[in-house]
Design a protein around this ligand. Structure first.
Ligand code: RIB
Length: 296
């Protein structure tokens, strides 16, 4: 079976539960503080592994307790971590996350060792036909571009998450098969809205085979020549942190395990909804059987 290869960031998430998000100049108290493994690429790896795909993670962790916590979380989920580099030159990446009573969040990143990931870290990585490579904007742009090029040359399907927008470099697009964005990213990257025509035009301009726009609780739109809309699943949302990464990982797992794009998007839509039902990113990710149950 082809592998999912998630390349890029891993962070320890420090999560503050607050009644509402803090305003500029204001001090408020959190009800609860907790810590969980996160980081967009590591989240995608864990989500893909939970969905049953053989998964490898390529990243750089610090030689510290947080690095150990993240490696253990990846391994516990069944992710191959043999291409993870440990560096003493910076602390492991971290994210400070506030989650309010409406399950909205704000995230501030401290990139740490994620910024040390280098194109040389790709040298031992094998990209085979049918593998699915996932990439995101938390990873140095040179690594994203080189991983996309090597993945594409090896016959892999390359999926790019346009989040965060500040890390996006359009130069990578010729090697990208599937671009996944939310509506804010769609506006920022392609000056488009979520109407069928606008998404279709944006895909043609960006030159990718498929453009997928996640709509939060409202579901997802996918254009791969024709526009398909899938509604969201009604769930009791607790925390939407990492739902986009659950979508990416489940989409990659679906494609790696032989589903066509339409089915893989449907499974990813269900996985993202289930990921909203518990606090934190990785701890909330569903297994393939929970997704099957929701879709039954
Ligand atoms: O997408 C959610 C993730 O963004 C969090 O886990 C945090 O680490 C940041 O990378």
């Amino acid at each position: 079976m082809p592998d999912v290869v998630a390349i890029g960031s891993a962070n320890v998430d420090v999560i503050f539960r607050v009644a509402r998000l803090v305003a500029p100049g204001e001090t408020i108290s959190a009800r609860e503080v907790s810590q969980a493994p996160g980081g967009k690429s590591a989240n995608q790896a864990v989500a893909a592994a939970r969905m049953g795909a053989p998964t490898r993670f390529v990243g750089c962790l610090g030689d510290d307790g947080h690095g150990g916590l993240l490696r253990d979380a990846l391994r516990d989920a069944g992710v191959d971590t043999s291409a993870v580099r440990i560096s003493g030159a910076a602390p492991t990446g971290s994210a400070f996350i506030c989650v309010d009573d409406d399950s909205e969040n704000t995230i501030v990143l401290a990139t740490g060792t994620n910024a040390l990931l280098d194109v040389r870290d790709l040298d031992g990585v094998c990209f085979g036909r049918g593998d699915v490579v996932t990439l995101c904007g938390e990873t140095p742009p040179a690594v994203v571009a080189e991983a996309a090029r090597r993945g594409s040359d090896g016959g892999a399907i390359v999926i790019l998450n346009g989040s965060p927008v500040e890390g996006f470099d359009a130069a990578v697009l010729p090697w990208v098969d599937v671009l996944v964005v939310n509506t804010g990213e769609l506006r920022a990257l392609a000056n488009a809205d979520a109407s069928d025509g606008s998404i279709h035009d944006a895909r043609e301009r960006l030159g990718v085979d498929a453009l997928i726009v996640t709509l939060g609780a409202a579901g997802v739109v996918c254009d791969a020549g024709t526009v398909v809309r899938l509604p969201g699943h009604a769930v009791d949302a607790v925390d939407t942190t990492g739902c986009g990464d659950a979508f990416l990982g489940a989409l990659a797992a679906g494609l790696a395990t032989g589903h066509d794009l339409r089915d893989a998007v449907g499974r990813a839509n269900a996985a993202a909804a289930l990921a909203a039902t518990a606090l934190g990113a990785q701890p909330s990710y569903p297994t393939a059987s929970s997704v099957d149950e929701l879709l039954a």
